[in-house]
Design a protein around this ligand. Sequence first.
Ligand code: FES
Length: 211
Amino acid sequence: MPIPYSNKVIDHFLKPHNAGSMKDPDAVATEGSPACGDMVKLYLKVNPETKVIDDIKFESYGCASNIATASIITDIAKGKTIEEAKKVTWKSADKELGGLPPVKVHCAVLAVDSLHAAIDNYEQSHGLVKDPKPTTKEIVISRLKHVINPLTGFNIVKANMIDDVKVENGTVTVYTKLASDHQFAANIKEEIIERIEPLWDVKKVEVKFDG
Ligand code: FES
């Protein structure tokens, strides 16, 4: 039996709004779902004076519900300030879409998490975090828990792919247990850098491979 989607979900899935990548974004975030291993990447262009989201794009490697949610939340967030966009929740997206099947809620959560993560990255990298805390090994590891190994769908911390993390004078070094010729080494490195580099006091991120 097919999953009962609303007409609005089907419309946004078949003709997604704001789909695609963006050149020179002000912030970007990739989120992976622990429930299904799918991923979504979201790009932001923000007016530096007004903090209004001038442009927003997404690339989804998820299912119809994820694509429809990313489509509708990017519509909602475009033209809003980053403070207003922070208030977008999976429940508001779900309501706008006319309701997702309960089994597909995690797909909406994934899309909304990518919006919140991109806003957080924007604030980190543009000096907008109130009372910023110095980056520690624990902070880095908590961010690495959002980087998914595409082979297993587990995050790289849970998958025991991280050997150590060092934070010294603005340089973060992530020692992985991955061989440099691992099938997804380049993707994982890119996502580690994308996650850690925006932190307000980080100047450089190095990713080391195990051979
Ligand atoms: Fe993975 Fe929907 S099943 S995003």
